[in-house]
Design a protein around this ligand. Structure first.
Ligand SMILES: Cc1ncc(COP(=O)(O)O)c(C=O)c1O
Length: 404
């Protein structure tokens, strides 16, 4: 029995008729750019994420770029973020000539550590002396809600306020996640979403959306995605071409209705994995991790920790990924491969070590927790249609591998 990391066919089977009808309506209208479904979807996501302003765009990467452009990021500005994320987070910063400042992550959530941000903003972080920024050049922070769980936003928001920084939530992996009863994308000044097909809410191609708190920034983001023109052919700014296709909006409108049920099912699967790994006797507690997060016990794994709390505490991890930590990743990889079980490492090379950022002068030891995580994490199959027998098989193969 082979088990995929993600099987979009199973989801498609369950909504095929509805989606095809929605696409047909767009085809009949021949209104492919900024059709009615785009506005309808923007309003629906705005309600879902509890924000006043939401604009579709071509991808999550563009949503990040638009947020930085809307806040007028300039070459030489500094933007703080996590090194343990998909490349697009830092790519958007660099494309504008700004400088990404990679600060280390927490060993339990794998998210940007607010204590590192505090140290940096107070000039006490070793990287501060190295980068030597003028304080007024530090313009923004991009917390990334990795794997579907929100960053510890309260201290981060306080720090941003105290130091005059904008907060751009990279919520590409976290639509519907919550922290303190606040939805991802509704806490910071901007929220950036990706509807890449493999995301919890996935389009049939590239698609994204930006949420904006303040009205003036919202108007700017809206215009920037349309070449900076308002009215048409009158350009007050140099924008980009980044629209959400009407066909994608139509597909996403159908899928949005099911999103909460799908995320709930992902949560149940994650909790089942947790319980079964514990019953198999292979789980260790995060308190046993080394200083930088390394898992010393060879025959154990660390299952995901819900650092934003349970739903009754206002938290909600939506398990875009179910990611474990193991000190024996090669062995686990070999066993999963042998048994044809899909798995992946998000992410094997932290951004501060990427070749394209070599001129920024980071050393691997600048973000040691991210470095250890990159060597020890592995994501296992999770999607709403995953069956109980598939979950059992994954647990059996992983547990046997770490115990052997
Ligand atoms: C954390 C993160 N940020 C940004 C992106 C970029 O989104 P997209 O692929 O839609 O450009 C992704 C998704 O791939 C992501 O996972």
């Amino acid at each position: 029995m082979s088990i995929p990391l993600l099987d979009l066919n199973r989801q498609y089977e369950s909504i095929k008729d509805e989606v095809q009808q929605a696409i047909d309506e767009v085809l009949e209208s021949q209104y492919f750019i900024m059709g009615d479904q785009v506005k309808e979807f923007e309003q629906a996501v705005g309600r879902y994420c509890e924000v006043n302003h939401a604009y579709g765009c071509a991808s999550g990467s563009d949503a990040l770029l638009l947020a930085l452009m809307a806040m007028d990021i300039q070459p030489g500005d500094y933007v703080l973020t996590s090194p343990f994320t998909f490349f697009a987070t830092a790519g958007a910063i660099s494309r504008l000539g700004a400088i990404p400042v990679f600060l280390d992550i927490e060993k339990d959530s794998y998210n940007l550590d607010p204590k590192q941000v505090q140290q940096f903003l107070e000039g006490e972080h070793p990287l501060y002396a190295k980068l030597n920024p003028e304080p007024e050049q530090i313009k923004a922070v991009i917390p990334v809600h990795l794997y579907g769980q929100m960053v510890d936003m309260k201290p981060l928001q306080e720090l941003a306020k105290a130091h005059g920084l904008m907060v751009i939530e990279d919520a590409a992996q976290a639509i519907g996640a919550a922290y303190n009863n606040q939805k991802a994308g509704s806490v910071g000044d901007f929220g950036c979403f990706s509807f890449f097909p493999s995301k919890n809410l996935g389009a049939f191609g590239d698609a994204g959306l930006i949420t904006v708190k303040d009205k003036a920034h919202a108007e700017k983001a809206d215009i920037l995605r349309l070449h900076g023109a308002k009215p048409k052919y009158h350009h007050s700014m140099v924008g980009i071409n980044s629209r959400l296709d009407t066909i994608q909006a139509a597909v996403l409108l159908v899928k949005l209705k099911y999103l909460d049920d799908w995320s709930q099912r992902r949560r149940e699967i994650a909790h089942t994995y947790n319980r079964m790994f514990e019953e198999a006797g292979v789980t260790a507690d995060v308190s046993t991790l080394g200083e930088h997060g390394s898992l010393e016990e060879a025959d154990k794994i660390i299952t995901p920790v819900e650092t934003t709390g349970s739903e009754s505490e206002g938290g909600r991890h939506i398990y875009h990924q179910y990611t474990i930590r193991t000190g024996q990743r090669d062995k686990v990889h070999d066993a999963l491969k042998e048994h044809e079980i899909g798995h992946s490492v998000y992410y094997p090379v932290p951004l501060h070590e990427q070749e394209c950022f070599a001129d920024l002068g980071y050393k691997p030891g600048d973000c040691p927790v991210a470095n250890v995580a990159a060597k020890e994490v592995v994501s296992l199959p999770i999607f709403p249609e995953l069956t109980q027998s598939e979950i059992e098989r994954v647990v059996e193969v992983v547990s046997k591998a770490v115990k052997s």
